[in-house]
Write a new protein. Structure first.
Length: 141
């Protein structure tokens, strides 16, 4: 029995010294990475015809759902949007590429539109990124 108590005491001392060796307050250890979405294809801002739109995703939680919405207008943070067809090309290790072929069907009329990339996980729904653009039938230079 004395040998067992001695082994337990040694194991506790080793664990305590290993915990003390860990860096305290190291952001890489304690702070989770924030999910990000980079929208490409809408940089020009004014279009006669919509270009292909891709969204590059990084730092996604494993169980997160991601989708794209469009809303007519600008500054539409509290308005619900229309969900747009989108497809993952790749999703591995918290990263992915999302193609948005449905934007052509959702934005058929002229005007200002806002595209939002949303993520839902255990903490709730978050807007990862937005892009505002304008559709015009004739662009005058």
């Amino acid at each position: 029995m004395k040998g067992f108590v001695l082994i337990l005491a040694l194991a506790a001392a080793c664990c305590a010294s290993l915990l003390a060796a860990l860096p305290a307050g190291d952001p890489a250890v304690t702070k989770p990475l924030k999910a990000e979405a980079l929208i490409s294809g809408l940089e020009q801002k004014v279009f006669e015809d919509l270009p292909p739109v891709l969204v590059q995703l990084s730092n996604l939680p494993a169980s997160a759902g991601v989708w794209v919405e469009v809303v007519r207008g600008e500054g539409v943070a509290n308005r619900r949007g229309k969900t747009v067809e989108s497809k993952f090309f790749l999703r591995k290790g918290g990263a992915g590429v999302l193609s948005v072929p449905g934007i052509h069907k959702a934005c058929r009329s002229e005007g200002t539109w806002t595209l939002r990339v949303l993520m839902s996980d255990a903490r709730g729904t978050t807007v990862l990124s937005t892009a505002t653009f304008t559709l015009r039938s004739e662009i005058h230079a």
